[in-house]
Ligand binder design. Structure first.
Ligand SMILES: [Zn+2]
Length: 318
């Protein structure tokens, strides 16, 4: 029997620990999803401004080779009941940048307040537009993102939506990392409209910290549910603040060991096959749906980062 000197054994163990740590880091994966395309902004309201916002947002992604998916709201493309070439051009910028486009309904109606039939009409409304747009590239829409993350407030409506999407070759686009980016963006818009760039920068800096806090919170939730890191799906919007600060959020995530993956890769994680019996009015993270299904209550959900009151007040013009 070969006798390994103690110091060699110690070095080997250290190397093993280091390798294991590196593997765990390398396994951190996240998919970036961006809702409410082409744009959602109070401060960029002209086509030229919206196009500038779109280009800035896409540059953050392309510079870092991030394969994102954008979810389109059909109504935003229309002017006087016809598709507006300027809005359509913004979507072609997404496609030219190599991004995928998905269905976020025509009128962004709240499924809690409409029937299954009305929701299906809302899905078809943008499906027709998207198919026409994607057809020259030999693509078709594959993913559906629920407005407000509302998946059905009754079992019947939930099942009806799931069946309808499957019948129309759509997959649901879940979200594991939910957040209030829209509130930060509304606050940022308010600061820009006041021409207060110092305030805007302050909101932007708080936003980056908040988004990372949200990632860390849901990382912990996933780790305690699955006992391993899962492939996360982050919800964001095509709004003003992301057009300025998405790059910083992405760089911070990359520095923490995150690899950016497309949605079809993320949903291959077996976590997304977890049972989900949640039927209620809340638009919540899929992690919380799975946790509630497993019977988790109270303490499990504690610690979700909150949007500071000052941001909410600014966002709401108070
Ligand atoms: Zn939306």
């Amino acid at each position: 029997m070969t006798c390994i000197p103690f110091h060699s054994l110690f070095v080997s163990i250290c190397l093993l620990i280091l390798c294991a740590a590196e593997t765990a880091q390398a396994q951190k994966q996240i998919c970036i999803t961006i809702d409410d395309l082409p744009t959602v902004s109070r401060s960029y309201r002209t086509s030229a401004g919206q196009e500038a916002l779109t280009k800035r947002l896409l540059t953050h992604l392309t510079q870092r080779n991030v394969p994102a998916i954008g979810f389109v709201v059909g109504e935003k493309l229309m002017v006087q009941a016809k598709p507006d070439p300027a809005q359509i051009r913004m979507l072609t910028l997404w496609l030219d940048a190599g991004m995928e486009l998905g269905n976020h309904t025509f009128a962004h109606k709240d499924y809690n307040t409409i029937s299954a039939a009305e929701s299906q009409r809302d899905i078809v409304g943008v499906d027709t537009l998207l198919r026409a747009l994607l057809q020259p590239a030999n693509q078709q829409p594959r993913y559906f993102r629920h407005p407000y993350l509302h998946r059905g407030n009754t079992v019947g409506k939930r099942d009806s939506l799931v069946r309808y999407l499957a019948d129309h070759t759509y997959r649901e686009a879940p979200v594991t990392i939910d957040n209030g980016d829209y509130l930060f963006s509304a606050a940022y818009d308010a600061a820009l409209l006041r021409k207060d760039s110092t305030l805007a920068t302050l909101v932007g800096k708080q936003y980056v910290t908040y988004m990372l806090d949200c990632v860390h919170y849901y990382e912990t939730q996933a780790d305690s549910l699955f006992k391993r890191p899962i492939a996360h799906i982050l919800l964001t919007h095509a709004n003003t603040i992301n057009s300025f600060y998405m790059g910083e959020v992405l760089s911070r995530l990359a520095a923490e060991g995150y690899r950016f993956i497309p949605l079809d890769q993320a949903v291959q994680d077996p976590a997304y096959q977890s049972p989900d019996t949640y039927v209620n009015t809340g638009g919540i993270s899929w992690l919380h749906r799975w946790a509630l299904t497993q019977g988790k209550r109270g303490a499990f959900f504690k610690g979700e980062p909150e949007v500071p009151d000052a941001i909410t007040r600014l966002a709401e013009g108070r």
